[in-house]
Design a protein around this ligand. Structure first.
Ligand SMILES: [Zn+2]
Length: 297
């Protein structure tokens, strides 16, 4: 039902001419950071082909430097940044597309899950969507206790199958990928103690820097959850930026540690993708979700 509605909204958005109007009028001096998770190569290739015809794909570093300088003059109009979160194994299959279009997207990775047979807590079988949302609201300790009790999950437990890419794949991708940390185990930072929070943020930076031998300067908050405390830890830890999941574009006034994102449905058809570039379907969907949450209360 949700997908049907999403596609229906997308059809209306596209028929209204909004993708063209927003791109030509609004996106001249506003930059979108597209946020993916685990797109399939066929869908992703279509998105990138579309973007390469209508926009300019720039690196995250280019955008962050411009935001710090408060000067977008070096960035072409209608620019977008590509980011992919978590470190899902399937991302490795996108490498030929990165090469073909000569892009260098940012992959934010959970540094204690990539290169291991550990699993992402939110990808454990047998959990409903509702249960996952409930877990996100618990304290970090309570979430882990509940995961252990209900699905026998532990962050450091290893499984026969691999959910994240391995170090050999990372090294192969490194030429065309900007790897950046996304915590160690993907906790909800705002539900962590200060010590846990520092360990997750700063530990993921040092993990990735020693794994790849490069300096990591950009962070993204798991699930987009952050408060002033997380911003301060990220800033003091030597990062130059952090991406949230607030829906929107980035302008000269966007704070570098609260960069906005444009969430993209991983395997969206071209109609939905074009509509999502306007951010209208995502804003509608968040509005509906917040309405149904307030009705639950
Ligand atoms: Zn994530």
């Amino acid at each position: 039902m949700r997908n049907f509605l999403k596609n229906l909204v997308a059809t209306f958005v596209c028929l209204s001419g909004m993708p063209f109007l927003i791109r030509e009028l609004i996106c001249r001096d506003r930059i979108a950071i597209l946020m993916y998770h685990d797109p399939k190569p066929t869908a992703f290739a279509k998105h990138i082909a579309y973007l390469s015809r209508h926009c300019t794909i720039v690196s995250l570093d280019t955008l962050v430097s411009a935001v710090h300088r408060k000067d977008f003059s070096q960035i072409p109009p209608k620019s977008v940044v590509i980011t992919i979160d978590d470190g899902h194994a399937g991302n490795f299959k996108l490498l030929p597309i990165f090469k073909q279009y000569q892009i260098r997207p940012t992959l934010y990775v959970c540094t204690q899950i990539v290169s291991t047979h550990r699993h992402f807590w939110f990808k454990i079988d047998g959990q409903s969507k509702k249960e996952k949302e409930r877990l996100k609201r618990l304290s970090n300790a309570e979430r882990l206790t509940r995961l252990k009790r209900t699905v026998d999950f532990e962050p450091e437990k290893t499984y026969p199958d691999r959910q994240a890419f391995n170090v050999a794949e990372m090294r192969e991708m490194a030429e065309r990928v900007d790897f950046q940390p996304h915590t160690r185990f993907h906790p909800i930072l705002t539900r962590c103690t200060e010590a846990e929070c520092e360990q997750e943020i700063l530990g993921s930076k040092s993990d990735l820097e020693s794994l790849l031998g490069v300096e990591c300067l950009h962070f993204s908050y798991p699930n987009g959850d952050y408060t002033e405390r997380e911003v301060q830890i990220v800033k003091a830890g030597g990062f130059r930026s952090a991406r949230t999941t607030e829906i929107g574009w980035n302008t000269l006034d966007t704070p570098p540690y609260q960069l906005n994102a444009v969430p993209i449905t991983d395997n969206a058809g071209l109609m939905l993708f074009r509509a999502e570039l306007t951010t209208i379907p995502q804003r509608l969907s968040r509005w509906v979700t917040s309405l149904s949450r307030s009705n639950e209360r």
